[in-house]
Design a protein around this ligand. Structure first.
Ligand SMILES: O=C(O)[C@@H](CO)OP(=O)(O)O
Length: 416
């Protein structure tokens, strides 16, 4: 038996007026996911446990079979693992976004406003490329790094700060993708002591380092948003998972553009397969990811394929872009993997699901249970659901499942 898990990050949504009240999954042309629903089983999965905020960290841990209530130690330490930054003892990892700050009307001034008076214009610094971002993060580290704080460049707008001695561990930070358009000062770090001010001062000081950096001057000249500020959140210490193979007696690999998913994979002892041109956005190398998944299945029992684009389009608030991301996922990932699965001389199970909803109307994540479809190439257990979407899945034979139980369900119910 082989197992394929395809994660469309943020793919679930809400009814959209411009789509006649349909969700994107209901409206999108996705014949392959619909085929899986018609010939497989559907259900709803709780990926974000009570008491956790709806992030891709807890949601994807759940999908990999790791209950966040047991294993979660923060988002950034998972990303640090993927970046090859080993956290010792009281090292505290912070996600460090490169963001765009500007005026209340959404414009970005050439010289101001400074962070204290600014609004969050874009949590992703205009979806800056990793190459551009590396130069900016190096400039930030040169200016603000020291024996207590060290900055590391990551993927696109997603970077890392490591602080010594758990400094600021208990502070409250806000993910910037939750506050697009909001006044930054309403969401500054909160907590006791002077640590909140120290982190705020670093964020504020980054504006002077970045606003006139040649990388940003070039971006502005090209009509792109400048990544003119850093923003901290998602702090935590080194995680420790039981190995996936020890728990399930199955081998596995993970394919993703983003450090979070690769970090979860590394922590679980899975192989991480790097795909050239995987960007975490609409321009990712879909074919390369599908080919890598097929190749992985030649030697591995499980392959997890994560596609980030639907989530990013949800955060942008663009339903047409998100529709494109869903159509691309269906035609460029699900289609080739479904075809390959059917060609195998052994049964194969394919699970397709989002990690969490990222409704375009909200421009951020929700904790709502997400629709999933579980297809078995033997087509032995169709449950009468004919299409894959948030509403049809409610009638699926698998009901509502706690997501950390899905991997076991895929394995244990091999002959159901
Ligand atoms: O990488 C990020 O900062 C977030 C933005 O939402 O993406 P995800 O939630 O998919 O990890």
């Amino acid at each position: 038996m082989k197992y394929i898990v395809i994660i469309g990050d943020g793919m679930a949504d809400l009814p959209i007026t411009e789509l006649g009240g349909k969700t994107i999954l209901q409206a999108a042309n996705k014949p392959n996911m619909d085929y899986m629903a018609e010939h497989g089983r559907s259900g709803l999965a709780v990926t974000v446990p009570e008491g956790f905020s709806p992030g891709s960290d807890v949601a994807n841990m759940s999908i990999f079979g790791y209950d966040p209530a047991v294993y979660y130690t923060g988002r950034s330490p998972l990303e640090a693992l993927s970046m090859g930054v080993s956290l010792q003892g009281n090292d505290l990892a912070f996600r460090t976004n490169l963001i765009t700050i500007g005026n209340a009307d959404g414009t970005v001034g050439a010289d101001g406003p400074v962070l204290n008076d600014a609004y969050i214009i874009d949590y992703s610094g205009g979806h800056i490329t990793s190459e551009e971002a590396e130069e900016l993060i190096k400039a930030v580290d040169k200016e603000l790094g020291n024996s207590r704080f060290k900055f590391y460049p990551g993927i696109s707008y997603r970077h890392l700060l490591v602080a010594q001695d758990n400094y600021g561990k208990e502070l409250m930070f806000t993910p910037p993708h939750d506050i697009t358009g909001k006044k930054a000062s309403d969401y500054f770090p909160k907590g006791d002591g002077d640590a909140a001010q120290v982190y705020l001062d670093m964020m504020a000081a980054s504006y002077a380092v970045l606003k006139d950096h040649p990388v940003n001057r070039k971006r502005v000249a090209e009509g792109k948003l400048p990544a003119n500020c850093i923003w901290f959140w998602g702090q935590g210490n080194a995680p420790k998972f039981e190995l996936f193979e020890k728990i399930h007696h199955k081998t596995g690999a993970v394919i993703s553009a983003v450090d979070l998913l690769k970090g979860i994979g590394i922590c679980a002892g899975l192989d991480v397969i790097e795909v050239e041109g995987a960007t975490g956005f609409l321009d990712t190398n879909y074919m390369g990811k599908a080919d890598a998944a097929i190749d992985a299945l030649k030697t591995k029992d499980f392959v997890f394929v994560h596609i980030e684009a639907p989530d990013e389009c949800g955060h942008i608030g663009d339903y047409q872009k998100k529709m494109q991301a869903v159509v691309d996922l269906d035609s460029k990932i699900v289609a080739p993997l479904l075809e390959y699965a059917k060609s195998l001389n052994e049964p194969c199970r394919i699970l397709v699901m989002p990690d969490h909803p990222t409704p375009v109307a909200l421009k951020t994540h929700t904790s709502d249970p997400i629709p999933f479809v579980l297809y078995d190439t033997r087509e032995i257990n169709a449950d009468g659901v004919l299409v894959y979407d948030e509403y049809s899945a409610r009638n699926g034979s698998l009901g509502e499942i706690y997501a950390p139980d899905l991997v076991s369900l895929m394995i244990d119910s091999e002959n159901e």
